[in-house]
Design a protein around this ligand. Structure first.
Ligand code: IPM
Ligand code: MG
Length: 367
């Protein structure tokens, strides 16, 4: 019998609910074929949470997320909630669920599909065959560091303050994940920080270097984050796995996404530590945001959300073959020149969010 799994579904705001609808359709299809036996528990997050519960995420939702096999999240945020205090904004809900579930390792793969090579603004020769993985630290650094805030100064000025802070254990646990992933890939790891100007970066480099002794099979290199931003454009295929902190990872992963043609293609997995019973907290979300400007127009690309679900099948739902099949279905759909607006190209067929989901299911049904 197919193993039973429970997933917390938090569609969120903007295009989040639209792209997650396509994931729902895929889950319904797999359930119906008995390939999976997945129950979904739905909860609002972000602005949708503020509107319903007065907070962007409730403690109950986080408890459900911890007990579930994983969380599938759409996107959060939008102009409607832009003036709310930081602590209660839609984004605070996302940061809180990441923090409370201790999802310290954020995996952001950037893969260039052959069929999409023309969709990138970068020359085809530079990106052909690109397959890199950014491992972003997700529960520390300047995103969470204290003290923080905006305070008035005696001279009438105001001061904005955030704190970049990392402890050795925070660095080591995410670096371990990166080393282990590199072992399953091309055995190259590049660690990025600003050790030339930041103490937290110096500590980062020293700890990663020390840990490297445990992984003699991995070619470890270190790079300043600004150089990494430049190298990603100059010669992205020099990289295999990149490990970096929360803020640099946020920026470098958007850059890596655009190498692939569209932010609408990039999935992500956020993982916690595995406990003694083998359970691992996990959350999967597309890297793109809530894109309020196109919400409700049917223009959103659901492939990042669908590929995030493929990552969930692989890492949380014991379904590596299903993950392969779903990724292959996406590849086939792209080969058939079926495109949403963000990846539209000459002589391709422009489809809506839901037509894209249908096309993936049609391919999936063949395997
Ligand atoms: C991301 C996003 C988030 C972040 C925002 C929405 C808080 O940009 O997941 O990359 O900065 O982490
Ligand atoms: Mg980001």
């Amino acid at each position: 019998m197919t193993q039973h799994h429970t997933i917390l579904m938090t569609p969120g705001d903007g295009i989040g609910p639209e792209v997650m609808e396509e994931v729902r359709k895929i889950i319904a299809h797999l359930n119906q074929k008995n390939a999976t036996n997945i129950d979904l528990i739905d909860r609002p997050i972000g602005g949708a949470g503020i509107d319903r519960d007065g907070v962007p995420v409730t403690p109950e939702t986080i408890e459900i997320g911890k007990k579930a096999d994983c969380v599938l999240l759409g996107a959060v945020g939008g102009p409607k909630w832009a003036d709310i205090d930081y602590a209660l904004r839609p984004e605070a809900g996302l940061l809180k669920i990441r923090k409370d579930m201790e999802l310290f390792a954020n995996l952001r793969p950037a893969i260039v599909f052959d069929a999409l090579i023309e969709a990138s603004t970068i020359k085809p020769d530079v990106i052909r065959g690109l397959d890199i993985l950014i491992v972003r630290e997700l529960t520390g650094g300047v995103y969470f560091g204290e003290p923080r805030g905006i305070t008035p100064l005696p001279n009438g000025e105001r001061q904005g303050l955030n704190t970049q802070i990392y402890t050795t254990s925070e660095i080591v646990r995410v670096a371990k994940v990166a080393f282990e992933l590199a072992q399953k890939r091309n055995k190259k790891l590049c660690s990025c920080e600003k050790a030339n100007v930041m103490e937290s970066g110096k500590l980062w480099r020293e700890e990663v270097e020390k840990l490297g002794a445990d992984y003699p099979d991995i070619a470890l290199s270190h790079m300043y984050a600004d150089n990494c931003a430049m190298q990603l454009l100059r010669n992205p295929r020099q990289f295999d796995v990149i490990v970096t902190d929360n803020l640099f990872g946020d920026i470098l992963s958007d850059e890596a996404a655009m190498l692939t043609g569209s932010l609408g293609m990039l999935p992500s997995a956020s993982l916690g530590a595995r406990d003694a019973e083998g359970h691992q907290n996990a959350l999967y979300e597309p890297v793109h945001g809530s894109a309020p400007d196109i919400a409700g127009t049917g223009k959103a690309n659901p492939l990042a959300a669908i590929l995030s679900f493929a990552m969930a099948l692989r890492f949380s739902l014991d379904g590596p073959q299903l993950a392969d099949a779903l990724e292959e279905a996406v590849r086939q759909v792209l080969n058939q020149k079926i495109r949403t607006a963000d990846i539209m190209d000459r002589e391709c067929e422009l489809v809506s969010t839901s037509q894209m989901g249908d096309a993936v299911i049609k391919e999936l049904a063949k395997v």
